[in-house]
Structure formats: C-alpha cells, structure tokens
Design a protein around this ligand. Structure first.
Ligand code: AQP
Length: 328
C-alpha cells in the first residue's frame, strides 16, 4: 500500500500528534511504501516568523527520525520542496465548492470571531487533498480531528474521477487508531491537545523535560468523584489520562480500570508521569543526536528528489486530463 501523511511545523510535536498519527507512521513502514511530509505550506496559513518556521521544519524532521521513522524505509521530505503540491491544490480548487469548504469544522473553529478569516484557512483542505492525491496514496494515517478533511479529499477524487475517469486519482482511506485517536488538552479535557493552544500545561511535547511532564500531568483537570472509570462524556479528564496511559504503555483501558480500582487519581497520575517519561526518554536522546547532524539535511534532500519524481508523474497525468499545458 502507498501511505502518505504529514505534520505541520507549528511547534513541538505533542502527545496528541504522536499517539494519534506518528506512532502509526512507524508501524506502517515495514509493510508499506510510506511517504511522510513536513507540511510547511499549511503552517503559513497563519503568519509565522521565517527563521522560527525553518527551525521548526528541522525539528519535526528530526523528531520523525527520533521516533523511529527510518529514511531507508520511508521517504521524508518538506512539502514546499515539491512544487506539485501547490499546483495540484489550484487544480482541485477549481473542482471544489465554497459550500463544502464552509462546512469544515476546523475552518469554523479557526475563523471564529474574526471579521475576515484568512483565505488559507478556508482553502486548507484543498491543499491537504492535493498532498494526498499527488502521491496516489491509498492509506492516510491521521488523528480523528482530520476525519472531515479525509472525507472531502475522497469527495474531490471521486468527483474528478467521475469527470475524467477512474485512472485520474486513487481514492484514499483514512487510518484512525482506537487509543489516542483524539488526545484531549490536559487543562481543558473538552478540547483537543494542540500545538497552538496558549497554555503550556495543556499539552506534553515530545521534548518536554521530566519536571514539565510531572507538572502538566499532576495538574491535569479531573472531576471530584474520585472513581477511575473510562467515560469520556461524564468524566473527560480521567478518561483522557486513561487513554494516554493505555496508548503509551500498551495496556488496555479495561485492565487499567481494574488495576486502579479503589485508588485515588493521584496514584494514577504519578504512575502515568513515569510511563510518559520512560516512553519519551529514548526519543529525546535520539533527537539530540540527529537534530544538528548533516544526515538530517541529506535525508530531506533525497526525500524531496524521491517525492518530486512521483509528484511529476501525477501532475503530468492530471494536466493532460484537464487539457492543461502542452505536455512537456
Ligand atoms: N489532540 C490530538 N489527538 C490525536 N491526534 C492529533 N493530531 C493533532 N492533534 C491531535 C494529529 O496529528 C497529526 C498532525 O497534526 P498537524 O500538526 O498537521 O495539525 P493539527 O491537527 O492542527 O495539530 P495541532 O497540534 O492542533 O496543531 P495546531 O495547533 O498548529 O493546529 C494529524 O494527523 C492530526 O490528526
């Protein structure tokens, strides 16, 4: 299977990104042809400091490798190094409707309260659809928050295929995992953990030190009944901690509920601190080795060459279908 996914270089990758998406990236690379992108064009939908953006691109690339994405097995590259993403996004824009884009919940959330929302936030799903369709990807491992964007990608592919033939685009499927598919904010478990949330205590980044991990988990919002039970509707805080615990340790939520029955939240939180620290320690030490290395730049250059080679074939095919260019 051809697998494609990406992460925005908008800050340090957190447990939500890791458990919802990145862990799957690693699992999939042994039996599939995997293409993993750092989606910097998506990051500029909200203005970014250029020097910081560049650093974040390298941070994410180094984290990809630190969590176990092996450049010998998977292609790792930066989105803006492959012009086909922008080209296909425009072509898809011309096959899309304002109505379907206006219905995207992420657009509604991100534009809330703004008199005039940036166009990039509105057309973001078209660039994401282009990212996926450019590589004829069959499988897209993502967190639950991207379900709607996968749906619109499928709709666009089917619409264009109905017009020009089924050999135009591969219609992709999303791949969502159970535990960790939607990690919630630690200080407000009714909203998702996010890189751009103001409060540092809302998330654990993969590079956080032991003291920050402890502080964020011990302060995590829970309820007052003291019962350790997975019930995301009525007990979102403790349910979030249980699902992080399960995803990081591999132990099932049911087994955790049984093991901690009758214990206080403090005991569960203390143990979770250790589980998270142990899980992140090897990632952090590998990251420190890779981040300043020449190997990182070499991997991204080779990755861009490989990605461009695939993208150019798709762009040529799609342009022919639409009657664009003179076929050079
Ligand atoms: N809280 C989450 N739980 C599970 N999965 C999540 N993902 C993001 N947040 C959670 C998944 O991580 C992958 C990469 O996400 P992204 O960086 O491309 O964009 P995002 O979804 O917008 O992530 P953030 O952290 O919320 O970034 P900001 O704050 O910059 O918008 C995706 O597969 C996503 O599903």
């Amino acid at each position: 299977m051809r697998v494609f996914s990406g992460v925005q270089p908008t800050g340090n990758i957190h447990l939500g990104n890791y458990l919802g998406a990145l862990k799957q990236f690693v699992e999939l690379q042994d039996d599939n042809e995997c293409i993993y992108c750092i989606v910097d064009l998506h990051a500029i939908t909200i203005p970014k400091d250029p020097i910081q953006l560049h650093e974040h691109v390298l941070d994410v690339a180094a984290l990809y490798m630190a969590i176990g994405i092996d450049p010998k097995k998977s292609t790792i590259f930066v989105q803006s190094d492959v012009p086909g993403h922008s080209e296909l996004a425009w072509i898809l824009t011309c096959s899309s409707y304002m109505g379907e884009l206006s219905r995207m919940t992420q657009f509604k959330d991100k534009s809330k309260g703004q008199e005039s929302a940036p166009t990039g936030i509105f057309s973001y799903p078209l660039l994401m659809a282009a990212d996926i369709l450019l590589y004829d990807a069959e499988v897209v491992p993502v967190g639950n928050d991207q379900k709607q964007h996968i749906e619109i990608t499928r709709d666009l592919a089917i619409r264009v295929n109905n017009r020009f033939g089924d050999d135009t685009f591969v219609v992709p499927d999303g791949r969502f995992i159970k535990a960790g598919a939607r990690v919630m904010s630690l200080d407000d478990p009714t909203s998702k953990m996010s890189k751009s949330a103001e409060s540092e205590m809302s998330r654990i980044s993969l590079l956080d030190d032991a003291a920050k991990i402890k502080k964020a988990i011990m302060r995590a919002t829970t309820d007052s009944d003291g019962i350790i039970k997975y019930d995301p509707v009525n007990k979102p805080g403790i349910s979030n901690l249980l699902s992080i615990y399960a995803a990081m340790s591999g132990e099932s939520i049911e087994s955790l509920e049984a093991r901690y029955a009758g214990e206080g939240y403090g005991t569960l939180k203390k143990d979770l601190v250790e589980v998270v620290k142990e899980g992140l320690a090897p990632i952090q030490s590998r990251y420190a080795e890779i981040r300043q290395s020449q190997e990182l730049i070499d991997v991204l250059k080779v990755g861009a060459e490989k990605a461009n080679a695939i993208a150019e074939v798709t762009i040529k095919r799609v342009k022919e279908k639409y009657g664009l260019g003179i076929g050079i």
